[in-house]
Each structure stands twice: as C-alpha cells, then as structure tokens.
Design a protein around this ligand. Structure first.
Ligand SMILES: Cc1ncc(COP(=O)(O)O)c(C=O)c1O
Length: 400
C-alpha cells in the first residue's frame, strides 16, 4: 500500500444517460429539513468561511459545514437515522412524513398505536448513536453492533442512550450481515445506512435525511454557487445523497465533485477505477484512523449517484486526515476553529495536500483548483473519540 494520495477521474461521455437523483434533490431535502426543524434541539449547523486559509491555499473561498454541533451528538449521522425512523413510523401509520412532527412521533398515543419496536444496526459509532438517540426519544428499544477495534468512548456514548450495544469480533461489513441476521431472527427493524439488492427503502430514507445538510448549506451560501464539493465516503451513502442534491439543483452546471476515502477501505475508489459495471469490495480489517469511513462494501444506491454525478475518486493515507484535524483545529488569522474528528477532517486534509504538495500538481490541475475556486467541505464529525483526537492533534501521531 503506497503512502500517497491516489485519484481516478471520470471521463465524461457526451451521450451518457445519467441516473435520476431527484430523490435527493431540493424538494425532498426541503421535506427532510422540515422534519428535522420540528426537533426541539434543531438549529442549522454553522457554515464557517475560512478566509485566511483560502488565501494561504491560493483559492477563492473555503466553506466548512461544522457537523460537530448537530443535535449535541457531535456528528451528522442522526439526520439519517431520525428521518428514516420517522418515515418508517409514517408508513406504519399509513401517512406521509410531511404530516408528522417530532412532537407527534414521540407522543404516548403514537407509541401505543405502534407497540414495542426494536431497531437494530451495525455502526462504527456515529450512525448507532443517532439510532440509539432516536429510539430513546420514541421510548423504543435499540440494539447496536460495532466492528472489531471500535472506540470504547463511542460504545459508551451509545450505551448511555439506553441501547444494548457491543463490539463484535468482525469488520464493519460482516457486522452489518450479523445485524441483518439478528433482525430476521428476532423480528427487529434493521436500520442500516447502506443498501443492497432488496434492501433499499430504509437506506434511501437515511440518505434523504442527510440532504438536510446540503439544504442548509445551500441556504447559508446565500446565492454563492460552489465550484467544488469535496465529500468523504465510507459506504458512500452520505456523499451519494449530497452529490444527488447538488446535481439535481444545478444540473449540467453542477460543481465539480470529489470523493475521498481511506486507502485501506477505498471501495468507491476501487469501483471507479475498475469501471467495469461491478461493485468492488475491500476485505480484511479495514484499519484506519478514519473509523467512520472504514467500510469495504459500497452502498448500491450511493454508488449509482457517485458513478454518474461525481468527477474524482481519491484514496488517502491516514496522515492526510490527521493533518486535516490539525489544520481545522489551529486556524490562521481570524478564521474560526472547527473541531473535526478523523473522518470529518479527511476532505480538508485532502485539499491541503493537493494544493500544497507539488507531487499532486496533476491532480490539482484536473480538479481545476485555482484562485477562483469556491470550495464546500463538510466536517462530518467533531472529536467523537476525544482521547484519539488529542493523541493526533497534541502528540502528533500519524504524521507525514
Ligand atoms: C463522521 C463520518 N463521516 C462520514 C461518514 C461516511 O458516510 P457513508 O458511510 O454514508 O459514506 C461516516 C459514516 O459513518 C461518518 O461517521
């Protein structure tokens, strides 16, 4: 495994019929955002403009959406889990999510109508915390399985929300299969943030929930159209949803979209590189500091969008994300500080390397990054593993 950034670019074909991404477009996003707005904790997460950093990097503007402030859960993931569970309940009640608010779904009347439900999922931490939080608010149960090597801090954050949670001896993808088997055996509802043939409705709802971030960012940009959106991927559900939103919003005039993954779990990159119409999985322990991105099997729905509506697929070593954490945590001039965890900082780390290291001038050129670029990035998590955050930012582990 090389310790270098690798990137593949799509060659656009004139006559290609693109997959429909309106299911993640502005109309759907508006609906998801309206549902999230009904939560008592809701407020849009900040969109931070890093002016000094943009000057230092030689680009026009850099905007970072700071998801560490999402519902006091330190990551964006609850948007997907809550919207999915909201839709599941709406379906049980034979109504549409747009008729339901947080107050209604948490009411004793609805709880009585629904009876007792157990939601089960596999997670590196952030998604499970969102599911446990939502189930807890609904007075329902949740079971959360985590892959081998998961952080004990992330485990205890989930347990603190009343979930039964444990760390398995399997990698992420096998833990997903384990959760799915237990769901079938026990009559539990599997709320997984990845899709496979025959399991598409729930992941679509989860992805639609993520579009609240794009909807908010678009409003906060107040007429500024980004030229670039850089997104990190685990299974590619989040990046697929956000890509779908911007492609649906801007059509042919959409921003250039780059997807970033850890080199040890780069299933989207491998799938794009092979370009043979098949999904390409990565096996093994998927060891990386970017725990949220340690997934070896792409989400089918996410990949369809990324295949047709993204431009660049990159694979990065761990030190790139570690640098990203240090950059956002130690701002220049009057820039605001953003506390960004390992998975959250992967994209700013990628941008920094591409712009500052001449080795990557070819990638910089293909990405058309210059002084007129307006770049949107999402810091998808804060310091969800505080001890590791300090080890990286203070003690300098994981350096170039
Ligand atoms: C902090 C963080 N960022 C990004 C992602 C990637 O999302 P996806 O698996 O949908 O690609 C995750 C997934 O768990 C995550 O926890």
């Amino acid at each position: 495994m090389g310790k270098k950034i690798e990137a593949v670019f799509k060659t656009p074909s004139q006559n290609q019929v693109l997959s429909d991404c309106t299911v993640f477009g502005p109309e759907q996003a508006k609906k998801a955002a309206a549902f999230h707005r009904s939560f008592p904790e809701y407020s849009p997460t900040p969109l931070v403009e890093l002016k000094s950093l943009a000057r230092t990097f030689g680009v026009g503007q850099i905007f970072v959406k700071d998801e560490s402030l999402r519902f006091s859960l330190n990551a964006f993931k609850v948007l997907g889990g809550s919207y999915c569970i909201g839709n599941y309940i709406a379906k049980q009640l034979k109504t549409d999510i747009s008729t339901l608010t947080y107050e209604q779904i948490t009411s004793p009347e609805i709880k009585e109508k629904l009876g007792s439900i157990t939601f089960v999922t596999a997670t590196d931490g952030n998604h499970g915390r969102g599911i446990a939080w939502t189930a807890n608010r609904l007075g329902q149960k949740s079971v959360v399985y985590m892959p081998k090597g998961s952080s004990l801090e992330r485990l205890s954050n989930i347990q603190a929300l009343g979930a039964y949670a444990c760390i398995t001896e399997m990698n992420y993808d096998d833990t997903v299969r384990y959760a799915s088997t237990h769901a079938k055996q026990n009559g539990w509802v599997l709320v997984q943030d990845t899709s496979w043939p025959g399991y598409e409705e729930i992941p679509t709802w989860i992805m639609q929930g993520y579009t609240t971030m794009a909807y908010e960012a678009h409003k906060q940009l107040a007429g500024i159209k980004p030229t670039h959106v850089i997104l990190q991927a685990g299974v590619g559900a989040m990046s697929g949803a956000i890509t779908g939103f911007f492609s649906s919003l801007y059509g042919k005039e959409r921003p250039l979209i780059a997807i970033v993954e850890p080199e040890t779990a780069n299933c989207i990159y491998c799938t794009a590189k092979a370009n043979d119409g098949m999904l390409h999985n990565v096996k093994g322990d998927l060891k990386t500091i970017m725990a949220g991105l340690a997934c070896g099997e792409p989400c089918g729905i996410g990949w369809e969008i990324l295949r047709d509506h993204a431009d660049c697929y990159a694979s990065i070593p761990d030190y790139v994300a570690a640098n990203g954490m240090r950059i956002l945590g130690n701002p220049i001039g009057k820039d605001k500080r953003v506390i960004s965890g390992e998975s959250g900082a992967a994209t700013i780390g990628f941008l920094s390397e591409i712009l500052r290291d001449p080795t990557y001038s070819g990638i910089k050129e293909k990405l058309q990054l210059d002084s007129s670029s307006r770049i949107l990035i999402i810091s998808t998590e804060g310091d969800t593993d505080k001890e590791n955050y300090r080890r990286i930012v203070w003690d300098g582990i994981c350096s170039k």
